[in-house]
Design a protein around this ligand. Structure first.
Ligand code: SF4
Ligand code: SF4
Length: 307
């Protein structure tokens, strides 16, 4: 190939790296080892880690490489009006328009690799671990992946290809150097999910784990009202992180919801009964996927905002 994959990705504003496909097995072993040693809460494993696939996609016969890509993805700020008050609520990186954004990266890669007769397909591998082991990212103490120049405001996507992997790094997953002398995220985390006795996040304590729960599951009693800060997910430990530097106040301005629209969302009205303008707004901001979670999470945030 005249142009390397990372160089081609960089031309389009992405960061990427390539490793040999055999490392799928290493990723699997590493996840299973953590699970086997009881370091991963059963519910966390089942929700986030059990769905990974370590086989190569069927469409790629003779798979030879894994390509992991990071692209900028700021939080989206949404505005909700209720009873004369306005609440600005964020949706952190990775949630919104993920499918369309990943499809765009796939299109770029397909375009490049097809020139040499190679194919590419998405892979359901553990993205963060792969990014860390390939040298694309480093972990923060909050267990979030940080990519140079993008901080934690990015999304990762993984692909498999039959193109050869000519040079690769496969390193121990490392923590940011800055984390050795910084405790900002630990102090900012309201739930104690970032412990000082171990590196792995206690994900079952993380607010994200609870506000991503399906509808009908209430927050446990130990989750305090004042902790809620995002419509889904949580940004406390990313906003405070010096590694995000100039990016930490970066956000994309999202939709505004009127009093009436806010009330309809809070009521959990069936999406098919919503006014067309509201459905269109939810669709445009890719919020229909999250719609079931919104009444519980929005109410928690608005009540916190109103205090
Ligand atoms: S806040 Fe500090 S300790 Fe936490 S991830 Fe950022 S640099 Fe590391
Ligand atoms: S996302 Fe929120 S709850 Fe989870 S570790 Fe970070 S600050 Fe703590």
């Amino acid at each position: 190939m005249r142009e390397t994959i990372p160089d081609h990705l960089a031309l389009h504003g992405y960061r990427g790296t390539v490793v040999a496909v055999r490392h799928l097995r290493d990723l699997q072993e590493e996840i299973q080892d953590r699970y086997g040693r009881g370091l991963l809460h059963e519910d966390v494993y089942n929700r986030y880690l059990a769905q990974f696939e370590y086989q190569t996609p069927e469409s790629i016969t003779n798979a030879r490489s894994l390509i992991v890509v990071a692209y900028a993805d700021p939080p989206v700020r949404l505005t909700f009006s209720r009873k004369g008050k306005t609440a600005l609520l964020n949706v952190p990186p990775t949630y919104l328009h993920a499918e369309a954004k990943d499809a765009e990266v796939e299109r770029r890669l397909t375009e490049l690799l097809a020139q040499e007769g190679y194919r590419v397909a998405r892979a359901l591998a553990p993205k963060k671990l792969l990014a860390a082991r390939s040298g694309l990212a480093r972990y923060g103490k909050n267990n979030i992946a940080y990519v140079e120049g993008l901080g934690s405001y990015h999304r990762l996507a993984v692909f498999c290809s039959d193109c050869p992997c000519e040079a690769e790094q496969w390193i121990e997953a490392g923590m940011l150097e800055r984390c050795e002398r910084c405790h900002a995220c630990q102090r900012a985390c309201p739930s104690g999910a970032i412990g000082s006795d171990r590196f792995l996040l206690r994900a079952e304590r993380c607010l994200t784990f609870w506000n991503e729960m399906p509808k009908g599951i209430a927050f446990p009693d130990w989750v305090e009202d004042s902790w809620h800060n995002c419509l889904v997910g949580c940004l406390h430990c990313q906003r405070i992180c010096p590694e995000n530097g100039m990016l930490k106040d970066w956000y994309e301005e999202g939709a505004e919801f009127s009093d009436r629209e806010t009330e309809l969302i809070l009521a959990g009205a069936d999406p098919s009964t919503l006014p067309a303008s509201l459905t269109e707004k939810l669709e445009r901001w890719d919020l229909l996927e999250l719609y079931d979670l919104l009444p519980r999470n929005l109410l928690a945030c608005l009540e916190n905002n109103a205090r």
